[in-house]
Write a protein that binds this ligand. Structure first.
Ligand code: SF4
Ligand code: SF4
Length: 206
């Protein structure tokens, strides 16, 4: 097990993670389906709230391993699928007057797990499942005031269960994106964003 059982955090609701210009709120296909269904959106409306942020470099296997969410092949090239930004560079769903998230119950995994990320370890636990390491994200360390020596220790067991669920969701997402990118590379489908969305709408298991 890691030596980070002394992780401390309490959200101060400062809004930094929702308003940072350099933060992209990456989405899994499960996030997209949850928001689509929760807000009862059609294709056009879903397209309207998404941002496709182009990844300029050629992607290597090493890059893919490091990335929490892999970019998808689109008509404009490889792109990270994320929530669109508002005119101030913050999240499209952040209400800066009320200082709150407008889709709190439907918010993406990125927002639910912030400022933590999870990693599977080689060791196994009593139930013979792989142990999980919880770490602060770089962005969290950079601008989240909820991480502080004064904050309470996190409920470690609760976060481990959450971490397992998160890693499972990321794995499912990875497989869907990998399959999509593979089909594009083999010329089996036309790589439009619209087509990608229609494909994941068929996997409606959120
Ligand atoms: S940056 Fe940290 S403290 Fe501020 S709203 Fe986000 S999670 Fe909460
Ligand atoms: S979806 Fe909500 S919680 Fe997530 S960044 Fe946007 S406003 Fe913040």
């Amino acid at each position: 097990m890691n030596n980070l059982k002394n992780l401390r955090f309490v959200c101060t609701r400062c809004g930094n993670c929702c308003t940072d210009k350099d933060t992209i709120v990456n989405l899994t296909y499960i996030d997209i389906l949850r928001i689509k269904n929760g807000l009862k959106l059609d294709l056009k409306e879903v397209l309207n709230l998404l941002g496709f942020y182009i990844y300029e470099k050629k992607i290597t296997n090493e890059d893919t391993k490091r990335m929490v969410i892999t970019p998808i092949e689109t008509e404009k090239g490889l792109a990270f699928v994320a929530l669109r930004k508002n005119s101030l560079g913050g999240c499209y769903f952040y209400n800066s007057i009320k200082k709150k998230c407008l889709i709190y119950k439907l918010r993406p995994m990125f927002c639910r797990t912030f400022p933590f990320s999870f990693r599977l370890l080689d060791e196994k636990n009593k139930e013979n499942r792989k142990k999980i390491e919880i770490i602060y994200t770089e962005k969290g360390k950079q601008y989240c005031p909820g991480i502080s020596d004064e904050a309470p220790l996190i409920n470690y067991e609760k976060w481990i269960i959450f971490g397992e669920k998160t890693l499972e969701e990321l794995e499912r997402n990875y497989k869907v994106i990998e399959e999509w990118n593979d089909m594009v590379k083999k010329g089996k489908i036309i790589s439009t964003v619209k087509k990608f969305l229609l494909t994941i709408f068929k996997l409606d298991d959120s």
